[in-house]
Structures are given as C-alpha cells and as structure tokens.
Design a protein around this ligand. Sequence first.
Ligand code: SAM
Length: 251
Amino acid sequence: MRIDVLTVLPGLFDCFLREGVIGRAISRGKVDVRVHNLRDFTTDKHRVVDDVPYGGGPGMVLKPEPIFKAYEELSSKGEKPYVILTEPWGEKFSQEMALELSRKPRLLIICGRYEGVDERVKEIVDKEVSIGDYVLTGGELPAIVIMDAVLRLVPGVLGNRESLSADSFSDRGLLGYPNYTRPSEFRGMKVPEVLLSGHHKRIERWRKEQSLRRTLKMRPEIIEKLKREGKLTEEELEILKEIEKEGGNPA
Ligand code: SAM
C-alpha cells in the first residue's frame, strides 16, 4: 500500500514514520508512505499556500491551486489515489473505516490548517474524515491517527496478525478482553486462575465472557445492535443471560 500525505508541516510526521511498528514496516518496504510539503506545489516566489477568506472573518484558508497541482502530479502515475480530507465535520473515523481504507492500494491524505481548505478542493476528495468531535489546529494528527490504524491492518506490517482479531471493534464491534502478564501475583493482585491453567477451551470461553462483559459495561449499544441483527452466537447469548441473571455491574 502507498500513502501520500499533503501538509504544510511535514516535520510533524518524522517520529511517527521512523519509530515502532510503522517505522519498521516502512524501512522493510512493506508500506510506502510519502509526506509532501504543500509549498513544493506552489508556483510563486514566496511559496504561498494560504490567503484571507472571501467575505472577511478571522484566519486564513488553504488555497486550492497547490492542492489541485499536488493531486494532479501525484495521480499522474500509477493507480489513482483514494483522497481523504481531514475535517472536524467529516465521517467519524472507526475501525470499520480503517479496514475499508486498508484495502485501497493508494491513499492521499490532505491535511487542513488554519481556518480550513477552500471548499472547491472537495471536487477531488473521496471522503472527509473526522477523528472526533473536537477541533485541532491541523489535519496532521488526524492523518497520523488514520495512517496508524490503517497501516497496522496491512498484511506484513504486524508481526502477529492473530492479535488483530482480538482487538476491540474487530470482532463484530465487541471490545477486547483483559490481558495479564508476569508476575502471576503483584501487590496482592492475582492473575485469574483460568489463565494459568493451560486449558485452551476454558481460556477461550473466559476471554469471550470478559469481552462480552466489557462491551456490556462500556458500550451497551453495541450488544443491543448485535442482538437486534442476530449476530450473537448461541454461546454468547447464553453467557449474556448468565451475566444478566447476576444483575448489577457486568464487569
Ligand atoms: N474552521 C474549521 C471548523 O469550522 O470546524 C476548523 C478548522 S481547524 C482549526 C484546521 C484543520 O484542522 C481542519 O481543516 C482539519 O483539517 C483539521 N482538523 C481539526 N480538527 C479535526 C478533527 N477533529 N478531525 C479531523 N481533522 C481535524
């Protein structure tokens, strides 16, 4: 997969692209991420990327010309990229969207800044994406969030792909189960006995139950939706009945 990013602050991506799982995947050539400075697509002496808003008001707006020029140059060779524009009012980013995006061969992420981008840029945008109901100073952090969630789903990026299916939101939206590591007792807090038993079937059942308990407690609407859509197994419905019988707090 290839991702191009268009930004006025390319330096913000340095650490992200160098460190950890994503840094390793890039250096091993599993994914190709290219960050472009929007100023490199200007044609004037001062490399101006923004201007005042028509109609007046505070702040500056990113001009359309450099963005269109970058889009045209970057799309001129190979597969046309799927274009994302980061915006607070965009479609809310989710694991489901990350999965959908991870299947695209190419993405181009345009990072807004200042008051935002000239509305005419929407002409080349496939999806406006928000990472949450709050306003940041620019689209660089959203672009990093999107890339991190998308790239870890690309085959070859994570060492152990099995861990993906145990992630929250991956299995029909259910949340992940609790994890423990050594020591088996820490400051009087013990690891649940079942995890030390080596009994794979019991461990699997315990994890399923914990995942259901956590989802019921933190995101009950996910359980309701799965029930309505008939997406829970007999075993899961049985576990839920047992939890409901206990009454009180599901966790
Ligand atoms: N004037 C905009 C508004 O009415 O919401 C806010 C602009 S914001 C200061 C500058 C840029 O940051 C946006 O164009 C967008 O690219 C990015 N941005 C800010 N918050 C975001 C969020 N929650 N999700 C995605 N992008 C965001």
